[in-house]
Design a protein around this ligand. Structure first.
Ligand code: PLP
Length: 287
């Protein structure tokens, strides 16, 4: 089966899908993106991601190039044409194509839109989660608007590469106070020494994770204690458990931080249970 991409109104063979060299996403990172997990060919946490997409676009004053209803149809069609049962769908919207100039184009241009979909091997993902991942910590070097899901990801790229070079699966950004903000492509959590689930609050400079939000609902239903209170790298190393959340990682246990084991160095019971409940809940609600 050959992959198909949606580019500005057309479905094209993936290998031939391209945008203009003066697309502002390419030249200036002037655009946003969204990623949905796909379960059974349907979008996980569909509405949460649509709402964040609209917010990101609004913050940058980029118009959605089609109605939300049409966009949903195109996303589903991209999933269908790529025969994705379980996987990820990626959407990118940029300000469009215009002669290079930092300020917005003087004459409005049509935003560019690209959608791709790819399968995820769920058995391999489960095996990875069952083993847990390591994280490395890295100084927070990003801009002050990490609440906008922009394609400007250079600090995240460098952080992820540092993780890879150290055999880790994720990098956690650490602010000037020594507190963890979030991962390069996930939100960061611990189960602290008192058994309280901790993750950074939404007033901090982080992305408002859609998986994080859904998990909060599950946690409340489970009667677990949660506190949106920052934690230091030291607290994370002393924690009972640690894990990350995101459309790509779902809920993935963290078993070591900068080489130091978390708890007994194996995925913890809370993270494992939350992964299972998130998977089952998000699959049932996928739309
Ligand atoms: N934080 C960052 C920096 C991310 O890039 C992501 C996902 O890509 C997340 C958090 C998790 O967000 P979500 O759960 O909406 O995928």
């Amino acid at each position: 089966m050959s992959r198909v991409a949606y580019v500005n109104g057309r479905f094209l063979p993936h290998a031939q899908a391209s945008v203009h060299i003066e697309d502002r996403g390419y030249q200036l990172a002037d655009g946003v993106y969204e990623v949905w997990a796909v379960f059974g060919g349907r979008l996980a946490d569909a509405e949460g991601h649509f709402a964040r997409l609209e917010r990101s676009l609004g913050e940058l004053r980029i118009a959605l190039p089609m109605s939300p209803k049409a966009l949903k149809l195109v996303l589903r069609e991209t999933i269908r044409r790529n025969l994705v049962k379980n996987g990820l769908v990626y959407l990118q919207v940029t300000r469009g194509v215009a002669p290079r100039d930092h300020a917005f184009p003087a004459r409005p241009v049509r935003p560019s839109i690209v959608i791709t979909a790819k399968p995820v091997d769920m058995a391999a993902a489960e095996a990875k989660a069952a083993k847990g991942i390591g994280v490395v910590t890295t100084p927070e070097t990003r801009w002050a608007r990490c609440d906008i899901k922009t394609v400007a990801l250079l600090p995240n790229v460098l952080a992820k590469q540092a993780a890879r070079e150290n055999g880790a699966g994720e990098a956690w950004f650490v602010d000037d106070l020594g507190l963890v903000t979030e991962g390069a492509s996930s939100n960061a959590w611990i189960v602290d020494a008192d058994g309280v689930l901790r993750t950074r609050d939404l007033n901090a400079n982080i992305l408002r994770g859609v998986t994080r939000k859904s998990l909060m609902e599950l946690i409340a239903r489970d009667g677990l204690q949660v506190s949106e209170r920052p934690f230091s790298v030291e607290e994370a190393k002393q924690a009972r458990e640690a894990f990350i959340t995101g459309a790509g990682s779902l809920v993935t246990p963290v078993v070591c931080i900068d080489g130091a084991p978390v708890g007994d160095g194996a995925p913890g019971p809370v993270a494992k249970r939350l992964r299972a409940s998130y998977l089952s809940e998000a699959s049932n609600r996928a739309a």
